[in-house]
Design a protein around this ligand. Structure first.
Ligand code: GLY
Ligand code: MN
Ligand code: MN
Length: 436
């Protein structure tokens, strides 16, 4: 990554952090990367996931027991954990595109950090377990966190470059996964193809890869990865929702594939077109919740067009019949976290705007602004428990159940792209990578 781009990024962050510290009455932030968590009654550790507030300041995602000490108006200090340890990998002292931007001290043991910390006018960001009695300052003050979360929605050019690169890696891997599907691989084998092409292990993935064949495509967060190969004659559909990481920034991409021509293939193509219409609607000034309603209208149109419901698209939205077929939200902020923070936030100082009662899983209730990054991920599924519940209601009469039963073995379809909103255009970074 470009050194100058990072220098400019950190200059922007420092302006933001200095303002936020001033507004909240702190002089110092002590930000802890985290500590490995040991499994219950065991001496093995869960995969390490670093504190997002730490990787927001420095692109180090895999080094526990490290700290950023951020003092208003000063160059940030990185305490980089580098023990003498013959059991574990010890990363080299950082000398890379970002390292000039920090005063770096190496820590031999976790407790060496204490000598650098001071609690006067200080806030602490992170998990406090194991730090009892340390001079860390006030842990996770609410307004400070709210202001940081709010500012995270506005991505810098460096962050956009990381998100584009994460998409490039993920698209390469999605292509390998589709090829494995067409070769008759099991879900487990498809996932291996994905990881190999990404060059990233499963613990580096931003979330557990969703790799579903046939009816498994109806399970929204299906991460089971069956090892069973399905005979070619029975292969119908493939839904893969998988991302990649670049310097701590996430890709979050979904594609649905039909094994052969037919109605499901047509549904995938029709959804693909609707998804691109929704991406085109993602513009500054649009309420994301309004775009979600437009998405439901489009799902209603697909249900009509494919002979799944009797009702008009408008009627299906009105009665929330569409909710049975698309129970999740249109998408979310994307960044350092796959469901990036602040989607329901009302103002920089805090407050929550909850999703509307009929769409409880909508993760974004904010008005779209320039430099924000979102996913757009409409879906249409045949989900057994939701269909069973629908059958018990008056709306059951609006459904052509024979058609539902014919499509049920295909599971469902979801198309998900990652999109940067600029002042004058939207940039679909996922499609751009497919076009490369
Ligand atoms: N992969 C999780 C999501 O799409 O939100
Ligand atoms: Mn996804
Ligand atoms: Mn998503």
């Amino acid at each position: 990554m470009d050194k100058q781009l990072f220098a400019e990024h950190l200059a922007t962050l420092r302006e933001r952090y200095d303002d936020i510290l001033e507004q909240t009455g702190f002089d110092t932030l002590n930000v802890f990367s985290g500590r490995p968590k040991v499994q219950f009654l065991d001496d093995n550790y869960y995969p390490f996931r670093c504190n997002p507030q730490f990787k927001a300041l420095v692109p180090v995602t895999d080094n526990p027991h490290s700290w950023i000490i951020y003092r208003r108006g000063q160059k940030p200090r990185l305490l980089f954990y580098r023990p003498v340890d013959f059991w574990h990998y010890v990363p080299p002292a950082p000398r890379t595109f970002w390292s000039d931007q920090y005063d770096i001290d190496l820590l031999n043991s976790p407790a060496d950090a204490k000598a650098f910390l001071q609690s006067e006018n200080a806030a602490f960001l992170g998990e406090t377990d194991g730090l009892e009695g340390w001079p860390i300052g006030i842990p996770n003050p609410e307004e400070l966190l709210a202001r940081l979360h709010w500012s995270r929605a506005y991505k810098t050019p460096y962050e956009m470059a990381c998100l584009r690169e994460a998409n490039r890696i993920a698209v390469r891997a999605h292509r390998a996964a589709e090829a494995a599907f067409r070769d008759g691989a099991s879900e487990f084998e498809i996932n291996l193809s994905y990881l190999r092409a990404a060059g990233q292990g499963e613990n580096q993935m931003p979330y557990g890869n969703i790799v579903g064949l046939n009816e498994h495509a109806a399970i929204l967060h299906y991460t089971h990865l069956s090892g069973q190969r399905i005979p070619e004659s029975e292969l119908k559909s493939f839904l893969i929702d998988a991302g990649a990481d670049c310097n701590g920034y996430c890709a979050d991409i979904t594609r649905s594939h039909a094994f052969r021509d037919g109605e499901y293939a047509e549904l995938v193509a029709a959804m693909d077109a609707k998804e691109q219409e929704l991406v085109a609607g993602l513009r500054p000034g649009v309420a994301y919740g309004e775009l979600h309603r437009q998405c439901h209208l489009k799902i209603g149109q697909l249900l009509q067009q494919f002979g799944i419901i009797r009702t008009s698209a408008e009627g299906a939205v009105e009665s929330n019949l569409t909710g049975t077929f698309m129970p999740h939200g249109l998408g979310h902020f994307l960044g350092l976290q796959v469901h990036d923070v602040g989607g329901h936030q009302t103002a920089a100082t805090g407050g929550i705007t909850p999703p509307p009662a009929e769409y409880p899983f909508l993760r974004t209730t904010r008005t779209v602004e320039a430099n924000q990054v979102f996913t757009i991920e409409p879906g249409l599924y045949f989900i057994d428990p939701l269909l069973a519940a629908l059958r018990e209601t008056d709306l059951a009469a609006e459904v052509y159940w024979d058609k539902v039963d014919a499509l049920r073995p295909f599971g469902g379809v979801r198309i998900e792209d990652n999109v940067i909103v600029h002042g004058d255009r939207t940039e679909n970074i996922t499609r751009d990578c497919y076009a490369e």
